[in-house]
Design a protein around this ligand. Structure first.
Ligand SMILES: [Fe+2]
Ligand SMILES: [Fe+2]
Length: 199
């Protein structure tokens, strides 16, 4: 891959002008989290800039691609389509082969129980970037302490929101939440979460 971050920003701004503020916010938050938790900064930055690449793709074209890429996803909300479609298009159009970057983009909406540190950074950054209107102070505080707790808290927030609007939860989101909660320890998470809430 030979594209610089400046090139990527220019491409993204032209392709997704309406989302550019959100994308830059995600980029800056991902940079911060990568530094804080010693994760590969460049991979996090590239994935953050490209995570919503397919957001404006035509629905029928995404559906066509998903028939081969992820047919199961066609039974779920169209909001989830741009993750796997984006990863596919980015590999094709930018010749990016790095699995860490591609997986971070692919799973930035649903999460994945085996997501690595780059994917965790992007998943959290997308949820807590400064332009987000909903209250994400607890997610920000937990992500500062640990990426696992950040992911748990963001997936918890997503599931609560989906429940509140009677939307179904993708099995990967639930599995991500359960797997990381088990890894961190339910009690540790609850105690830390409650301590964060008091501030
Ligand atoms: Fe997205
Ligand atoms: Fe996003």
């Amino acid at each position: 891959m030979s594209l610089s971050l400046i090139d990527l920003k220019r491409i993204i701004k032209a392709k997704n002008p309406n989302r550019y503020k959100h994308i830059l916010g995600t980029f800056e938050t991902a940079t911060y989290l990568a530094k804080r938790h010693q994760v590969d900064e460049y991979k996090c930055q590239v994935a953050a800039l490209l995570h919503d690449y397919a957001k404006n793709e035509q629905l029928n074209e995404m559906q066509e691609l998903l028939k081969t890429l992820e047919p199961d996803l066609l039974n779920h909300s169209i909001e989830l389509f741009h993750g796997p479609v984006g990863a596919y298009l980015i590999e094709k159009r930018f010749n990016i082969k790095d699995e860490d970057i591609l997986n971070a983009i692919k799973y930035h909406v649903t999460g994945h129980p085996n997501m690595n540190e780059v994917a965790k950074v992007v998943y959290i950054a997308d949820y807590i970037e400064p332009g987000r209107k909903h209250n994400v102070s607890i997610q920000r505080q937990l992500a500062d302490i640990s990426l696992d707790m950040g992911v748990i808290s963001c997936s918890e927030g997503t599931m609560n929101f989906l429940n509140s609007i009677n939307e179904s939860i993708h099995p990967l989101t639930l599995k991500t939440y359960q797997t990381l909660l088990k890894h961190v320890g339910v009690e540790t998470y609850e105690i830390t979460k409650n301590n964060c809430k008091r501030h």
